[in-house]
Design a protein around this ligand. Structure first.
Ligand code: MHF
Ligand SMILES: O=c1ccn([C@H]2C[C@H](O)[C@@H](COP(=O)(O)O)O2)c(=O)[nH]1
Length: 264
């Protein structure tokens, strides 16, 4: 994950200070990309310890189509707490758009199910794409999607994924987002009898909150360690049938966690 440290350094060196919605303020750059070879290890940050259950449960929750934080709360995952209403609802966020995009005729589109069919039937397709950016429903979302679209590509029996972010909280959000899309790529690959290929992150507004600068500098004093390995213990019947217990991360031995406040 040397690329991640290079990105931190890039922002600290070239970032421009800006006001932002949360009132915290950021140091940011516009337009960056990072690539991860999923065969070189599972891209979990090693220069600070990440809480793996939060990442894995969140992805399973998206895939299930759920938009209420009850599922997360029951599993001690608190990363969405600040955005939920008194009933735990986040509105029409990721899960809704991935699994039940509202169509004009009153029906819904299961983008994830369609994607799997397309990968199997037309692996050469250039349309293996899912969008969470639904302009008609943005007002009904607690937060407009940050990772708003992702696309797969099949080549030589390998599945690669590129995910787009309009806005990236580099210290807190990005390490989660990279691991989450890496896990999704492993799962979709297994379901389609492909091997994982590359994961590519593409970010537009790429920022460090001003109250994360010290933590970012602390991370830059640390050396990246060997990446862990993801083991899928069971091949589920279909993409929607995976459980948390189906995954194990082997040999994750990171530097200690670094605390930071999330900007709401
Ligand atoms: N400002 C901001 N940054 C984000 O990354 C973000 C949002 N808002 N809003 C929606 C979701 C929620 N996400 C979050 C929210 C909190 C953490 C966080 O506090 N992480 C800590 C503790 C993790 C834990 O409890 O599992 C960390 O040290 O990684 C991470 C991602 C990602 N998103
Ligand atoms: O998965 C996520 C979700 C959110 N973020 C960050 C990016 C921004 O710092 C905030 C969202 O604020 P906006 O004003 O809507 O841009 O959350 C992330 O990095 N990853």
């Amino acid at each position: 994950m040397r690329q991640y440290l290079e990105l931190l350094d890039d922002i600290l060196q070239h970032g421009v200070q800006k006001r932002d919605r949360t009132g915290v303020g950021t140091l940011g750059v516009f337009g960056r990309q990072m690539r991860f070879d999923l065969n070189a290890g599972f891209p979990l940050l090693t220069t600070k310890k990440l809480h793996i259950p939060s990442i894995f449960h969140e992805l399973l929750w998206f895939i299930s189509g759920d938009t209420n934080i009850r599922y997360l709360r029951e599993r001690n995952v608190s990363i969405w707490d600040e955005w939920a209403d008194e009933n735990g609802e986040l509105g029409d966020v990721y899960g809704k758009q991935w699994r039940a995009w509202q169509s004009a005729d009153g029906g819904t589109v299961d983008q994830l199910a369609q994607l799997l069919t397309q990968i199997r039937e037309t692996p050469y397709s250039r349309r293996l794409l899912i969008s969470a950016w639904n302009p008609a429903e943005l007002q009904r979302m607690a937060l407009p999607p940050c990772h708003y679209a992702f696309q797969f590509m099949v080549e030589d029996g390998r599945l690669s994924c590129l995910f787009n972010m309009r806005s990236t909280d580099v210290f807190l959000g990005l390490p989660f987002n990279i691991a989450s899309y890496a896990l999704l790529t492993h799962m979709v690959a297994q379901q389609c009898d492909l091997a994982p290929g590359e994961l590519i992150w593409s970010g537009a507004d790429v920022h460090l909150y001003l109250n994360h600068l010290e933590q970012a500098r602390e991370q830059l004093t640390r050396s990246p360690l060997a990446l862990p390995e993801l083991i899928i213990l069971r091949k589920a019947e279909n993409l929607f049938d995976y459980r948390y217990e189906d995954f194990a991360v082997r040999d994750y031995e990171p530097h200690p966690a670094i605390k930071a406040a999330v900007a709401v």
